[in-house]
Design a protein around this ligand. Structure first.
Ligand SMILES: Cc1cc2nc3c(=O)[nH]c(=O)nc-3n(C[C@H](O)[C@H](O)[C@H](O)COP(=O)(O)OP(=O)(O)OC[C@H]3O[C@@H](n4cnc5c(N)ncnc54)[C@H](O)[C@@H]3O)c2cc1C
Length: 354
């Protein structure tokens, strides 16, 4: 298997990140326009999956309130949440609950109504994804709102993931100390309910924010103590999901720019006999980044997606700047990409001259 030859002429499937972060939830017209654009994009372009940010279809303040209530119920299981639907476990025993220091007020009728609207928007996107038969991946955010995001994701997965075909995918952030435990609990519950489940595995993008909040409240950071622990957790979660794919109908998107994680996962997939081109395993990188990794995996026969944000320019640029900031290390040190570009430039110059 030649993984890192990085032939730039190889083709890979492109995943457009139809990022609904750019939606204004109160402007109904925009919402409708985006639903119809969604279908047009999926069919006209070679879209392998769609990504949604729940913060775009449900108000942030409501996600905070719902997360508070879910955390309080985790602490006091008899605490009643009348609006709560069937879900998988959202917390493990070690999940941080420090965001919610006092008993939250119940949702007001208006908040319940808004939650219902958010849920219906996700259902609508899920239905469209079922029609197009492509995964709908829900992005993970910071821990203050992640319980609400997982809740909405899992309840949609229970509704739409049928017949060995996971459509709605959750996201696990391996930099969190409780990541592996929550992945185990959610997949175990999904197995029990016979719901095929998909997960995108990432390392996590809110590291400094998480550490600052925990330290301001006097708690340990929920993030692993070292980057090596995060790498180990990522590879462990990836390996766990690959083993599940080998024996069941679950699915995984390994979203990373880390070459070692890509190499390890590819090797494990081959060892487990997960066929190349198996739609239950996909690798993903951001569009314009880590092309050598994308092409290497694609050349080795795996499905690879490039994430592309979609939305108005004034909303897309700040999103891209955040990604560039987050991947600053990678941008400055991607010697493989630089080397491959140098080689390709030389090859083209030679071809032009001779
Ligand atoms: C296709 C795609 C989709 C994504 N979707 C999401 C998403 O939904 N939600 C989200 O949060 N992020 C998302 N990300 C971003 C992702 O979480 C990472 O921030 C980014 O990809 C860099 O991680 P890496 O796996 O590429 O590896 P590397 O560049 O090898 O690792 C860097 C990562 O390691 C972790 N880390 C760094 N220093 C330390 C330390 N001292 N201690 C512990 N951990 C440390 C951090 O998570 C950091 O981002 C996505 C990335 C991609 C490529």
């Amino acid at each position: 298997m030649v993984l890192w030859s990085g032939c730039p002429r190889a083709s890979f499937r492109v995943s457009y990140q139809v990022s609904f972060v750019f939606l204004d939830v109160v402007r109904k017209k925009t919402t409708q326009m985006l639903y119809s654009n969604f279908i047009i994009y999926v069919f006209l372009h070679q879209v392998s999956s769609v990504v949604v940010k729940i913060t775009a279809i449900c108000p942030l303040s409501l996600l905070e309130r719902v997360s508070d209530l879910l955390r309080w119920q985790q602490r006091y299981p008899s605490f009643n949440l009348p609006w709560k639907q069937n879900s998988f476990p959202l917390f493990s025993d070690s999940s941080p609950l420090y965001h919610t220091l006092k008993k939250p007020e119940p949702l007001t009728p208006q908040e319940e109504h808004d939650l219902q609207l958010g849920q219906e928007r996700l259902w609508k996107l899920s239905e469209k994804s079922v029609q197009a038969n492509i995964p709908l991946t829900v992005d993970a955010e910071n821990t203050a709102i992640q319980p609400a995001i997982d809740y909405l994701t899992y309840s949609a997965a229970i509704k739409y993931n049928k017949d060995d075909n996971p459509i709605v995918y959750g996201t696990i952030q391996a930099y969190l100390k409780d990541a592996k435990e929550r992945l185990l609990l959610a997949t175990k519950a999904a197995d029990k309910m016979r719901v095929p489940m998909g997960f995108k595995v990432v390392r996590g993008a809110y590291m400094s924010r998480e550490s600052k909040l925990a330290s301001a409240l006097g708690y340990d950071s929920p993030i692993h103590n070292s980057i090596q622990d995060t790498h180990a957790c990522y590879n462990d979660c990836a390996s766990f999901m690959l083993e599940k794919i080998a024996t069941r109908s679950d699915a995984v998107i390994l979203a990373t720019h880390n070459v070692e994680s890509g190499r390890l996962a590819a090797k494990k997939a081959l060892d487990l006999g997960i066929g190349k081109g198996n739609p239950k395993l996909e690798f993903a990188q951001l569009y314009g980044m880590s092309d050598s990794l994308s092409f290497g995996l694609s050349n080795a026969g795996f499905l690879v997606s490039k994430y592309m944000p979609y939305g108005p320019v004034d909303k897309v640029i700040p999103y891209l700047l955040r990604r560039a900031e987050e991947n600053r290390g990678l941008l400055s040190t991607s010697s493989i990409d630089k080397e491959l570009m140098r080689k390709e430039l030389k090859r083209r110059l030679k071809a032009a001259i001779f």
